[in-house]
Design a protein around this ligand. Structure first.
Ligand code: NAD
Ligand code: IPM
Ligand code: MN
Length: 389
């Protein structure tokens, strides 16, 4: 990981001390939010989330200072990099980051993603990637037997190391002897902290109190063996939490066969990535799946984004589902300890889905993205008027 200069500065005391900012802002009630719309439908859904946040801000007296950064593939095509050299310094002073999505058909994905999204996750040590998946009332699951309200799980994805450590290289390219090495990096430090977070989350989330660890130690005889060993150590500290360990291939199957049995799922970076798309699909649409890249120690800004990508197949048509980005904004408010605002958004989205009236095509409707955003705002406005009467 030493190939990334931003990693080296991670644990310096100077940066660690620089965290009273959030508390100061919470007192003054102004939150500086860095918005990176990115590419494709990211440029559509991120502004939708900002519009909803402004509405919530008005109703709950939360002041935002939104700074929008036009970084991404277009920026890359002009400047040869995804974001400016001082981007991390610029972002560091924000209270939170709201990201649309990144990825462009004309720029290789490993360039766009390692130049922005993955770099931010690593540099700001956002070691938990929280990905809830809920089957809301009014939403149809592709699973025949799925009942609304019964699927309610959260994936805790390790977000800074594992298969995404970006350690490796090419040799002998481009010859018939060329080879690539992609090393996975699993540290006790990295595994332990994400396991502890998962068990703590299971204690506070609901009465299921269940943690499922995703493994592949039958084939990955070092990294996943360490993963299992640490899971066993941590679970011994939480006797009140029920646990299971499932191989990732079986887990993909069980997420489809019995999704309602899961509560907290803890997984490595790659396994968590793959399973979160499965979880999004069984709960109706990836257009509903939010995610938070969180630094639980609050040394750095956390970053909130939809699970989905830039969806070039529907970009520019105004039909992207904005609800994943809007629910990510609710996660952001919760992280900023603005629980009332977060709940208002969640309730508005639940009401909209329950009414089954205004929905984008991914949910079987024919509404535009703007119509969905307008409806969310209308519900928020109505609720606020009625609660103040
Ligand atoms: P994707 O998530 O962009 O799209 C997968 C499918 O889901 C597509 O058919 C798309 O139309 C649909 N979809 C996604 N979001 C939707 C929404 N809000 N409403 C309705 N339908 C939606 O994944 P992909 O096609 O594999 O990747 C496209 C690009 O995005 C690639 O460059 C990829 O690397 C990138 N990507 C970025 C992120 C991110 O920035 N966080 C995440 C995933 C993929
Ligand atoms: C996600 C995405 C990213 C990931 C890609 C775009 C690098 O798929 O956030 O789920 O794999 O983390
Ligand atoms: Mn993904």
């Amino acid at each position: 990981m030493s190939s990334n200069p931003s990693d080296q500065e991670l644990y310096t005391p100077e940066i660690q001390n620089d965290t009273s900012l959030l508390q100061a802002r919470q007192r003054s009630k102004e939150f500086r939010v860095a918005v990176i719309p990115g590419d494709g439908i990211g440029r559509e859904v991120a502004p939708s989330a900002v519009t909803v946040l402004r509405t919530v801000g008005r109703h709950f007296d939360i002041q935002f200072d939104f700074q929008t950064y036009d970084w991404g593939a277009e920026y890359y095509l002009q400047h040869g990099r995804m974001m400016p050299a001082d981007a991390l310094d610029v972002l560091r002073s924000a209270d939170a980051i709201l990201l649309g999505a990144v990825g462009h058909p004309e720029v290789p994905d490993h360039v766009t993603l390692n130049g922005l999204l993955l770099e931010i996750r690593r540099a700001f040590d956002q070691y938990v990637n929280l990905r809830p998946a809920v089957l809301y009332a009014g939403v149809e699951s592709p699973l025949r037997r799925a009942r609304n309200g019964e699927i309610d799980l959260v994936i805790v994805r390790e977000n800074t190391e594992g298969e995404y450590a970006q350690v490796g290289g090419f040799v002998h390219e481009p010859t018939p002897a060329e080879l690539a090495i992609q090393a996975a990096v699993f540290t006790r430090y990295g595994i332990e902290r994400v396991m502890r977070f998962s068990f703590e989350l299971a204690l506070e989330r609901n009465e299921k109190r269940r943690v499922t660890s995703i493994t592949k130690s039958n084939a990955q005889g070092y990294s996943m063996v360490l993963w299992d060993r640490i899971f066993n150590e941590i679970k011994a500290l939480y006797p009140q939490v029920e646990t299971e360990s499932i191989l990732v291939d079986a887990a993909a199957m069980k997420l489809i066969q019995r999704p309602e049995s899961f509560d907290v799922i803890v997984a490595s970076n790659l396994f968590g990535d793959i399973l979160s798309d499965v979880a999004a699909a069984v709960t109706g649409s990836i257009g509903l799946a939010p995610s938070g890249n969180i630094d639980p120690l609050r040394r750095f800004p956390s970053m909130f984004e939809p699970v989905h990508g830039s969806a070039p197949d529907i970009a520019g048509r105004g039909i992207a589902n904005p609800l994943a980005a809007i629910m990510a904004a609710a996660m952001m408010l919760r992280h900023l300890e603005k629980r009332e605002g977060a709940e208002a958004i969640e309730k508005a989205v639940e009401q909209l889905l329950g009414e089954q009236r205004v929905r984008t095509p991914d949910l079987g409707g024919n509404s535009s993205m703007d119509a969905v955003v307008d409806e969310v705002i209308q519900i928020l406005d109505m609720k606020n008027i009625s609660s103040s009467v």
